[in-house]
Design a protein around this ligand. Structure first.
Ligand code: B4P
Length: 190
């Protein structure tokens, strides 16, 4: 990836509030690739009051995941856009086994190989404290705990899925933001 002029194809995986969004922004600027955050896209749809936004608002505010079918449409539409043709960072996607399968299909069709799947690790109590401090609509403590439960049930199994492909780069996310960034850049060879 580094030095050969080829842009990176990355996934950021980790529990809700682990700092995926925070770190993605920095890494995308540094590498010149678009940040594709399904969470941000869904929140934008809710803010715009679009048909998609109306469908997902109450689901997001309950701490549940939006359906794999809806997410597949959102991601497929995004990945065909011009800025995603040479590289991208998927922030918070995939989050379930079926989403990972859909993504594999898309990548295979386009002849794209993932470079790294970054896993940002943070203990649950720290995650709850961070989210409650952030204060979004889906950051009430009981909703945050539900999002953690859903993460363990549906998303954590993807760690083994990508580990089997040799792609997991595990980062300790329980330290200052700049230290996480430095460890992460090193882990992806950037
Ligand atoms: P997301 O938008 O992905 O939200 P998140 O996981 O909570 O955030 P993230 O890990 O990026 O943490 P952040 O940097 O903000 O998802 C929201 C919802 O959308 C989901 O619950 C679901 O309903 C839906 N959704 C999204 N994608 C989906 C999918 N693929 N399938 C189905 N549904 C989907 O950091 C959190 C806080 O910590 C911030 O306040 C930050 O400032 C702070 N922080 C970050 N790093 C820190 C550090 N090192 N030390 C201290 N604080 C730190």
């Amino acid at each position: 990836m580094a030095g050969d002029g080829k842009k990176a194809h990355l996934i950021f995986l980790g529990p809700p509030g682990s700092g995926k969004g925070t770190q993605s922004e920095f890494v995308c600027k540094a590498l010149g690739i678009p940040q594709i955050s399904t969470g941000d896209m869904l929140r934008a749809a809710v803010a715009a009051g679009s048909e998609l936004g109306q469908k997902v608002e109450s689901i997001m505010n309950s701490g549940a995941l939006v359906s794999d079918e809806l997410i597949a449409e959102v991601v497929k539409d995004r990945l065909v856009q011009a800025d995603a043709q040479e590289g991208f960072l998927l922030d918070g996607y995939p989050r379930t086994g079926p989403q990972a399968e859909t993504l594999s299909g898309i990548l295979e069709e386009s002849g794209i190989e993932l470079d790294h799947v970054v896993l940002i690790d943070v203990p649950e109590e720290e995650l709850v404290a961070r989210a409650v401090a952030r204060g979004r609509d889906d950051d009430k403590e009981e909703v945050v705990r539900e999002r953690q439960r859903v993460y363990h049930e549906k998303t954590a199994p993807l760690i083994d899925y990508y580990r089997a492909q040799g792609l997991i780069r595990e980062i300790d996310g329980n330290r200052p933001i700049e230290d996480v960034t430095a460890a992460l850049m090193e882990a992806i060879g950037a």
